[in-house]
Design a protein around this ligand. Structure first.
Ligand code: 13P
Length: 247
């Protein structure tokens, strides 16, 4: 089955209105491969602004949201609020949320479930740390993370899995195409064994961690790599080249 290539840019906690204008301008004047789903993960404060200014072929995502619709949760935003301003996507479980903000597998799974139930599509992030990789635990760590999500959700239709090895994020140390493919293949087999062959074949599994214009083409050649989640390089003009990696 052919899966539509998917490239997300995660701006993280970067940008101003002016920067957002520049990044959007760059994307909208670039000729983007029409066979690619393009998403930008924008700081919550700028979602409405970016959503208003972006063209319909660019999906806009929040970088986090909470696991209930409303209530006394100071500082949080809900899927219902995202839907209210026309945002249909959210990135959940990013390693920075896991590590810096102590989000657990369970909390992330609950957030993914509530986001899906609320009609959002989700980029669900998983990945091992360097210590875990060096201890030979990569497979068990990503299996545990994906299992936690599977136990809470009823349907994988609106989920994109982002495999982001923590040691590759923001370090300039990209996983080699073989290293990334190996884990993507493990994840696809996990989906086939634990969910269904159909879900395994249709779910996009994208790679994140120091993706650049220079390394994206080789990564994109691997059969189980269905796109990228890009941090630093999504704030640069080269993001267009990453979107067009398959050309
Ligand atoms: P970098 O591309 O900066 O390594 O970040 C990857 C990432 O965390 C995307 O979510």
């Amino acid at each position: 089955m052919s899966r539509k290539f998917f490239v997300g840019g995660n701006w993280k906690m970067n940008g101003t209105k002016k920067v957002a204008d520049d990044l959007l301008g760059n994307l909208m004047k670039g000729s983007l491969d029409p066979n690619v789903d393009v998403l930008i993960g924008v700081p919550a404060l700028y979602l409405d602004y970016v959503k208003e200014k972006s063209s319909c072929c660019i999906k806009v995502a929040a970088q986090n949201c909470y696991k209930v619709e409303k209530g006394a949760f100071t500082g949080e935003i809900s899927p219902a609020m995202l839907k209210d301003i026309g945002v249909d996507w959210v990135i959940l479980g990013h390693s920075e949320r896991r590590q810096i903000f102590q989000e657990t597998d369970l909390l992330i799974a609950e957030k993914v479930n509530h986001a899906l139930q609320s009609g959002l599509s989700v980029v669900a992030c998983i990945g091992e740390t360097l210590d875990e990789r060096e201890a030979g635990q990569t497979e068990s760590v990503v299996a545990k993370q994906i299992k936690a999500i599977h136990e809470k959700i009823c349907n994988w239709d609106n989920v994109v899995i982002a495999y982001e090895p923590v040691w590759a994020i923001g370090t300039g140390k990209t996983a080699s195409p073989q290293q990334a493919q190996e884990v993507h293949k493990i994840l696809r087999k996990w989906l086939a064994d634990e969910v269904s062959e159909a879900v395994s074949q249709k779910t996009r599994i994208i790679y994140g961690g120091s993706v650049t214009a220079a390394n994206c083409k080789d990564l994109a050649k691997e059969c189980d790599i269905d796109g990228f989640l890009v941090g630093g390089a999504s704030l640069k003009p080269e993001f267009v080249d990453i979107i067009n990696a398959k050309q």
